[in-house]
Ligand binder design. Sequence first.
Ligand code: IPE
Length: 264
Amino acid sequence: MDNLVILKLGGSVITHKERSPPEINRKSIIRICEELLISDTPLILVLGGGAHGHQPAKKYGFANLSTPRKKRLDGIPEIRYSMNLLASAIQAALSEHQVPCIIIPPIAITKLRNGYIETIYLSSFRSALKAGITVITHGDVCFDAELGAAILSGDALSVHLARELGAKSVLLGTDVDGVLDDNPNRNPDAKLIPTIKASEDNPVLNVTGPSKSIDVTGGMKRKLKELFTLADDNTEIIIFNLNAPGRLRRILLGEPTIGTRIVT
Ligand code: IPE
């Protein structure tokens, strides 16, 4: 699909990641939906788990590969319930603006093996987009052929969808300006890197540590590694600050803004 945009809404932006029990960041969600309105291209929104995903995932041991199968399987209902609440909040906000949208939950269409995607059945994505319906999907807990259950991150899902459906743009909205040249928690002078070449031996992979709040799926380094596999001359890949009002809108309009672009 030529003009498909895949937009990941980072969990730390759409939820209050440090609050327990999880809370939805409604103010942020309303603003993001308003910024989205200028786009008339086919759109997939991929929600990060934020508080709704990472808190129950941690509780059931998903951060640790050695967690027994039974405990992982026991975690499925609670994580699913929590992610449903988050996805419904996004659908409600879009529906306020008469944006036709549906939620496609990955658990229903995904097979994982050792935490990696084996298959995702995408025909309903294709049909919905063709019908002019925006698709909301999200990081999720999914059945896993080896582990019983594992977490599919929103980043890995975005990259897979982009590759399989042929996206024009993959936009990852986070709570930082993009990729920084040092860990901002240690070095307040860390600077934004505007462009990164996608290469496995790029030294930038050594400075990007995991994010500061609970994150069972690996932070910025894993994000970059996944995006590197997607880089080609035809796909626009941008990591940007979704907390900064107006940046999403500018990117969708094709205007220059602060962020990190991944190039070949
Ligand atoms: C995690 O998705 C999904 C679950 C834990 C269920 P992500 O890893 O993409 O979420 P964020 O953006 O880091 O919160």
